[in-house]
Ligand binder design. Structure first.
Ligand code: ATP
Length: 483
């Protein structure tokens, strides 16, 4: 199965989707750059999300907060004290692991072998020990389960230590003025601290949401699986502020809404599933992940969490500013509790994981027969709304006025769609190149075009060609790329 991930990684590199960061220096672990095709795909994903949040919902508005925040933010949110992962080193290989991940992998192995009870017992035991911060007992568990280092094959483990995932740096140039600040590990806090600014200036009435797209940073202990787990990544979060007591209703609404969204961008329903959290974070009263079937198994893409009033209450306490909402409707109903701190339901998805999911789901290798021959064809079956390039305009030859005609078509489409003009190589090779980057339509300009202003449009998925007037191209593409 991981052979498929390898193919996808090399495809992503070869066709300009994702490059290792600073590759000429042999890369930087768990950091990646998006190339000329990748940035288009990622922007399309982000724009669709943004639109579906802030345009399709009257009561959701966006903000763009800074990465740096006042250090007390992270005290209030609990990140300074408890945004930790339990870390363990193998003394022989000198490799570092997440103790919980080692145990989870063991449980997955039990499950694969049909020992479901053993698997869940192990997970429950781990949850209890970690919850109680009994780190020595976590190590004992690893030894008892005979969990070996994947590299050295030994069980020569160090003690388990908590490792804080936040990156810190100094702000201020003079030593005595400088203070430690953090790169935000989640975008959510930028929304919480702006809650009243947005509510008041936007005259928002509960229930309402604030959406944001932005970078987040985590010093992940083990960074593996390509862009699935990175140290610098992008989050798309929406915090929805509701009346206390209505949070479960909204939690269920957003849970359904978000899964439907993933299906709408072209992810097959049977590759998606919900996974309820066994162990809730300190701030949550309900939490579920939407998981996608990656080549390395079902893994989280998005989290939906009912965060209660934890964050706003904490910020109210540390900032000593009232973060309450005056609910006029409740007041008019004669209820005495018109002033309250709203509860929060959040949806939190990683743009990069979404990208990887989209790529894994779109990557298609099929057998095709051409005459007597069978061969394989690789293409990206991306929803046209997501495709980096919507149409390629291809003059059949480089002479007879075909390039000029094709350029004219390019110019008529370029204001509304990302299109490319390509005249090099045989038409077959050009079709193949477009398949590999997922372009839904190839528009071929031939001699007949000069006579009757019609072109052929080749469909990426069926490889079928239809002839149509140039004047119809715009609405044809528009219909397909609309989401
Ligand atoms: P995980 O359990 O995989 O570490 P998490 O539960 O800590 O993830 P959240 O804090 O809920 O993740 O973050 C919300 C979303 O942000 C995740 O669903 C994921 O899509 C994305 N995300 C979190 N950490 C990373 C990372 N290191 N690299 C890429 N995306 C990430």
């Amino acid at each position: 199965e991981n052979a498929q991930l390898k193919d996808i990684i090399s495809h992503a590199k070869e066709y300009g989707f994702v490059f290792p960061s600073s590759e000429i220096y042999d890369g930087l672990q768990a950091v990646y750059d998006y190339g000329q095709m990748g940035v288009e795909l990622k922007n399309n994903l982000k724009n669709l999300w943004w639109k579906s949040m802030t345009q399709l919902h009257q009561n959701v508005v966006g903000i763009d907060a800074s990465i740096f925040m006042h250090p007390l933010t992270w005290k209030a949110s609990g990140h300074i004290d408890s945004f930790n992962d339990p870390m363990i080193d193998n003394k022989d290989s000198k490799k570092r692991y997440r103790a919980d991940v080692l145990i989870e992998e063991k449980a997955a192995q039990y499950e694969a072998d049909g020992h479901y009870d053993k698997a869940s017992e192990l997970l429950v035991e781990m949850g209890k020990l970690l919850g109680a911060e009994e780190l020595d007992a976590v190590r004992d568990l690893i030894i008892r389960e005979n969990i070996k280092c994947p590299i050295s094959g030994t069980t020569n483990w160090t003690e388990v230590r908590q490792f804080n995932l936040m990156f810190s740096t100094q702000v201020g140039s003079v030593a005595e003025d400088s203070s430690t600040i953090y790169l935000r590990p989640e975008t959510a806090q930028g929304i919480f601290v702006n809650f009243l600014n947005v509510q008041k200036t936007g005259r928002m009435k509960v229930p309402f949401g604030i959406a944001q797209i932005g970078k987040a940073f985590r010093n992940e202990i083990v960074a593996r699986q390509f862009i699935f787990r990175m140290r610098e990544f992008e989050q798309m979060e929406m915090q929805f502020f509701v009346r206390p007591g209505t949070e479960m209703e909204w939690y269920n609404t957003w849970k359904e809404n978000r899964k439907k969204w993933h299906e709408a961008i072209g992810i097959p329903a049977d590759s998606l599933r919900y996974h309820d959290h066994e162990k809730l974070a300190h701030y949550a009263n309900a939490a579920v992940d939407i998981e996608f079937k990656f080549p390395f198994g079902f893994k989280e893409v998005e989290g939906i969490h009912s965060r209660t009033d934890f964050d706003l209450t904490q910020h109210q306490e540390l900032s000593r500013k009232k973060l309450q909402y005056f609910d006029n409707d409740l007041n008019e109903e004669g209820k005495p509790y018109g002033n309250y701190i709203p509860y929060v339901v959040e949806t939190s998805v990683g743009a990069d994981r979404l990208f990887l999911m989209t790529l894994c789901s779109a990557y298609t290798v099929e057998e095709i027969t051409e005459g007597e021959q069978t061969k394989t064809r690789t293409f990206l079956k991306l929803h046209p709304a997501l495709a980096p390039v919507k149409a390629a305009i291809l003059p059949l030859t480089k002479k007879d006025g075909l390039p000029e005609k094709a350029t004219e078509i390019f110019d008529s489409l370029k204001y509304d769609f990302k299109t490319i003009y390509e005249e090099r190589d045989s038409i077959g090779k050009r079709y193949t190149r477009q398949d590999l980057i997922g372009t839904p339509f190839c528009i071929a300009v031939d001699h007949q075009t000069l006579e009757d202003n019609t072109v052929t449009v080749r469909d990426r998925d069926s490889r079928e060609q239809v002839r149509m007037p140039i004047s119809e191209l715009h609405s044809y593409i528009d219909k397909a790329v609309n989401f």
